[in-house]
Design a protein around this ligand. Structure first.
Ligand code: PEP
Length: 251
């Protein structure tokens, strides 16, 4: 039994109105038999309203892939938490490695976003993880710990209750190469220990997801690990049958 409590799909810059509707239909059919597993879909901003229209009343939560930490103002091209809330968004991915690498989301920007999202009482999905070089050098935990420390520096325990951590080794994202369940489990156990030390009892409850080439055929084994509470799914969340199978593997 996996008993994974949370599966999140990250569509990145993919998808369409048609996929939003067909994914909503596929998930709507599957989710009632998925017990307590919460399913979240994070499409691009332009598809949020359509997803909310199709999912909101059916136990499928809507998530965004990013947000601007400012309340409003002269931030051309950006989207605020208030705007996301108007669309019934409940989860916001923060610090995805693609944003860290390509869009200037350094540790301090990530911290500001995590603080703003949790202050607004939305769930912040904080992504952490090492690149291949750091992995090969044996520095995985050092990198992950630094990212956690920086992102959680300002968080109160009350805000931490709205935190989700996604461990995503960068070398496993979109590559087809997955951390073995044992490798992932070791990092997740360290993250759990860190969260409990930092946030006491609340740290026990923060969900820790694994992300990096999770597919229908490897999800169950990953989700069966003691400290893996679910998955952050990229490529496979764009295919209805794959994503439904991953959600089902969470049971
Ligand atoms: C991701 O982008 O968060 C991710 C895990 O992607 P993929 O599942 O495609 O590796």
């Amino acid at each position: 039994m996996a008993n994974a409590s949370l599966v999140i799909g990250n569509w990145k810059m993919n998808g369409s109105q048609a996929l939003t509707r067909s994914m909503a239909d596929a998930l709507r059919a599957a989710v009632p038999s998925c017990g307590d597993t919460k399913v979240v879909v994070c499409p691009p901003y332009t598809l949020l309203a359509e997803l909310t229209r199709h999912c909101y009343y059916d136990g499928i939560a809507v998530g965004a892939q990013n947000v601007n930490a400012n309340e409003n103002g002269a931030h051309t091209g950006e989207v605020s938490l208030t705007m996301l809330k108007e669309l019934a968004v409940e989860y916001v991915i923060v610090g995805h490695s693609e944003r860290r690498a390509m869009y200037g989301d350094d540790n301090s920007a990530v911290a500001a976003k995590v603080t703003a999202v949790t202050q607004a009482k939305l769930n912040a999905v904080l992504c952490v993880g090492e690149d291949k070089q750091q992995y090969d050098a044996g520095n995985t935990w050092q990198v992950v710990e630094q990212q956690l420390q920086a992102a959680c520096a300002e968080l109160t325990p009350e805000q931490a209750a709205k935190l989700v951590v996604a461990y995503e080794p960068i070398w496993a994202i979109g590559t087809g190469e997955t951390a073995t369940p044992a490798q992932a489990e070791e990092v997740h156990a360290n993250i759990r220990q860190w969260l409990v030390k930092r946030f006491a009892a609340i740290g026990e409850k923060i969900e820790i997801l694994y992300g990096g080439s999770v597919k229908a055929d490897n999800a169950a084994e990953l989700f069966a690990q003691q400290h893996i509470d679910g998955g952050l799914i990229g490529g496979a969340s764009l295919k209805e049958d794959q994503f439904v199978a991953i959600v089902q593997a969470a049971q």
